[in-house]
Write a protein that binds this ligand. Structure first.
Ligand code: AMP
Ligand code: MG
Length: 347
């Protein structure tokens, strides 16, 4: 199969690309779409044969459930049954964060195929804010299942070119929406009602919507599989949050202070540095053969988030013996960056 990249940077091109994508989706095919998070591989969520093609293209194990993207807030009831005790909170979160990178895990509606939820009684739902994704899902008019458009366990793509490298020959179409503005997969939460006071939000995957963003609306609890304050990670409670994920082919090691790193004779290294904030300390980069800096413009943690997967991919292509990564501060979206780096470094 030939894989085409369709540009979307002019109104007429966008219209053509959206129509092509919707035609493929109606035929039960998969297409790659830009989201504000990373590029997604979309299929008709209500068509099990179409959903099966996502798993096939990604080589993803069938127990790993997919996120469902809605065309409109009002369509939530098509895919989820919201329990009365959390209905008010769900509405509030939707009002506040949709469209955007917050995924809610809710009891599933019976019409959602098991292939989407990996046999779980729950479904993960969100709405993308990316104009291209929005145009496709609204024109399609129904929910789309869309995991990241990479082969299973690999680095999520944040550009059309990166999708091409992952899935060329396996999918017919990639809509090119440029670089993804957030650069990390959505935050996933489960809402646990509490008898008195605010509900509990259990963060199942850290992402662009941070603990501080959610705190006004509920009590935060870190799900297993998330790094605690000391950076320790307990086994995940949901399928798909495997310890080894987002992994470059090159072994990656997190080194607390790369200034003190002692290279092994004859080995080639590349450094992934942070340098977002002077107060976090600057590294001496002169000793390194290859360096990429996550926040060169001092856009700090948000800049580091949007550059993370791009930098990991670029370093991976150097074919050095090892990538040495400097930890980023464990605050704001740094929590989500560290989660990815930890999984990438799991050997
Ligand atoms: P992505 O690869 O970005 O599509 O994210 C999919 C991930 O969402 C899965 O690997 C799971 O960790 C999580 N997920 C999807 N559905 C559920 C669910 N019903 N319950 C808990 N987590 C889920
Ligand atoms: Mg993924």
């Amino acid at each position: 199969m030939d894989t085409f990249i369709a540009p979307t940077d002019r109104a007429d091109l966008l219209r053509t690309a959206v129509n092509q994508a919707v035609d493929f989706l109606r035929d039960g095919e998969v297409v790659a779409l830009p989201a504000e998070t990373v590029y997604g591989l979309a299929a008709d969520a209500m068509n099990p044969a179409a959903v099966a093609r996502i798993f096939e293209a990604k080589e993803r194990p069938s127990f790993d459930p997919l996120i469902v993207h809605l065309p409109h807030r009002k369509r939530l009831a098509d895919v989820a049954v919201v329990p009365a005790e959390i209905a008010e909170t769900v509405n509030l979160l939707i009002e506040k964060f949709w469209p955007g990178p917050l995924t809610l895990v809710l009891p599933k509606h019976e019409s959602v195929p098991e292939a989407v939820t990996g046999g779980l009684p729950t479904v993960a739902v969100r709405m993308s804010s990316h104009p291209v994704f929005k145009a496709v899902v609204t024109s399609f008019g129904g929910p789309l299942a869309a995991p990241s458009a990479n082969r299973f366990g690999r680095i999520s793509p944040t550009s059309a070119g990166a999708v091409m490298k992952e899935l060329e020959g396996r999918i017919p179409l990639i809509l090119d929406g440029g670089a993804c503005p957030e650069g990390l997969e959505s935050t996933i939460i489960r809402i646990i009602p509490s008898e008195k006071g605010k509900p509990v939000f259990r963060i199942l995957r850290a992402g662009p919507v941070t603990k501080d963003d959610l705190q006004p609306y509920g009590k935060i609890e870190w799900g297993n599989g998330q790094p605690d304050k000391k950076g320790q990670v307990a086994p995940p409670e949901v399928p798909g949050q495997l310890p080894s994920h987002y992994a470059p082919r090159t072994p990656l090691r997190l080194v607390e202070n790369p200034d003190h790193f002692l290279p092994e004779e004859g080995k080639r290294y590349a450094l992934l540095s942070y340098r977002g904030d002077a107060e976090d300390g600057y590294l001496d980069l002169t000793e390194w053969e290859h360096v990429l800096v996550l926040s060169p413009g001092s856009g700090k943690l948000p800049e580091a988030a949007l550059r993370l997967f791009h930098c990991l991919r670029a370093l991976d292509e150097l074919e050095v013996d090892e990538i040495i990564a400097e930890p980023v501060p464990l605050r704001e979206v740094g929590m989500a960056i560290m989660e990815r780096l930890r999984r990438a470094s799991y050997l």
